[in-house]
Design a protein around this ligand. Structure first.
Ligand code: 9UX
Length: 72
């Protein structure tokens, strides 16, 4: 069963940033869909919790050079 998470992202300054993150997240095993909203500074990710998890997804965003705000 898929899970959906909304993850705030800091550091995006142009529309290409959002696209970079979307593409990067979609390459992760277990990520089914990824949408990044530049104006709202957040991403919505649908993933398979049996394959990946939020720590891994957040780590990918950070590896791409953006900031992740913990929502927990
Ligand atoms: Mo735009 Mo974002 O030139 O990493 S792609 S600032």
């Amino acid at each position: 069963k898929s899970a959906e998470a909304t993850i705030p992202i800091t550091g995006m300054t142009c529309a290409a940033c959002a696209l970079r993150i979307e593409k990067g997240l979609k390459k992760l095993d277990g990520v089914e869909t990824a949408n990044v909203n530049l104006a709202l500074e957040k991403s919505t990710v649908v993933y398979d919790p049996a394959i990946t998890d939020l720590d891994h997804i957040r780590g990918k965003i950070e590896a791409l050079g953006y900031g992740v705000v913990s929502d927990k």
